[in-house]
Write a protein that binds this ligand. Structure first.
Ligand code: ATP
Length: 280
């Protein structure tokens, strides 16, 4: 678990390889479930998956509509059962905490809202339907935010705008409801709808990129709020602090040094926690 950009995908693959069991990963990011917008939704690439099988990653058609938490419980629950039936270890990774909650809780009430509701059914239940080991990668918010803004610039450099142009060039885009809320889609709608008028268009573009950065940082803040709510509701989350990894990334861009900090600050404590859980 963790905010967008904090390194969940990398940790899930590193751990799947290091834990001593054959593991398979189930995505729990509600935007990454769908086909398309791979750069904008920051899906882990095939080489980065390093041969570890992923489920519910880009498998759904965005034209089939938004998945509810109850739908996710069914789909991801079936993936857990399938992986376990083959004697392997299911690893759930992604930033959609409402989906993680619906998947794992023992009794899920489809109408409940544990993050914003205040009724009796909206209380976080600590009773889970599986034996779980939770890892929460946390990064000090100002450091994460600096990195997220840089990540948006990198996404633009690697083709986010071309990907969005493709999305908006298809006449059927309004029907791809699964992806309409993905960060970048609403922010860039006006830009892709307007033609000509170069200086105005340029300022609309710059404004959209600024909003994408702002909304990404807001998403990260909301995600951490939700994780803390689960923790205070009795979920036994192990917090692993990855701030130094991000400081190193922002400071030096030296991959070897960053990897060293990652191993020491994130991987080693995570492996210890998971191994202990698997031995219990
Ligand atoms: P909410 O109650 O806001 O639906 P949630 O926990 O159900 O929260 P989140 O995963 O936090 O779901 O996603 C909320 C919103 O954040 C999405 O609707 C989308 O706008 C944006 N978002 C989440 N993940 C991504 C992603 N990978 N790429 C782009 N946008 C994303």
């Amino acid at each position: 678990m963790g905010a967008t950009g904090c390194g969940k995908s990398k940790l899930s693959v590193d751990l799947s390889i290091a834990c001593g069991y054959e593991a398979e990963i189930i995505n729990s990011d509600k935007m990454q479930l769908y086909r398309g917008l791979d750069i904008s939704t920051n899906k882990i690439s095939i080489p980065e998956r390093r041969g570890v099988r992923h489920h519910l990653l880009g498998d759904l058609d965005p034209a089939d509509g938004e998945l509810t938490p109850a739908d996710f419980r069914d789909l991801a629950g079936a993936a857990v059962a399938d992986i376990a039936s083959r004697g392997k270890l299911p690893v759930v990774v992604g930033g959609s905490n409402s989906f993680i909650y619906s998947l794992l809780v023992d009794r899920f009430h489809p109408g409940s809202d544990v993050f914003y509701g205040s009724g009796p059914e909206d209380r976080v239940s600590p009773q889970l339907r599986y034996d779980c080991c939770f890892l929460w990668i946390d990064v000090a918010f100002p450091v994460l935010c600096d990195y997220l803004c840089r990540r948006v610039d990198e996404m633009v450099e690697t083709g986010m705008m071309e990907e969005m142009a493709d999305f908006y060039s298809s006449e059927s885009w309004p029907g791809r409801t699964g992806l309409l809320k993905s960060i970048g889609v609403p922010e860039l709608e006006w830009y892709y709808k307007m033609g000509g008028w170069d200086t105005v268009r340029r300022s609309v573009y710059e404004d959209a990129v600024r909003k994408i950065k702002e909304n990404t940082c807001r998403l990260a803040e909301r995600q951490v709020g939700k994780i803390m709510r689960l923790k205070s509701g009795g979920w036994d989350l192990h917090r692993v602090d990855s701030t130094d990894v991000f400081r190193e990334r922002l400071r030096a861009e030296d991959e070897a040094e960053e990897e060293e900090v990652w191993e020491k600050e994130v991987m080693d404590p995570s492996v210890k926690i998971v191994k202990q859980f698997l031995q219990e």
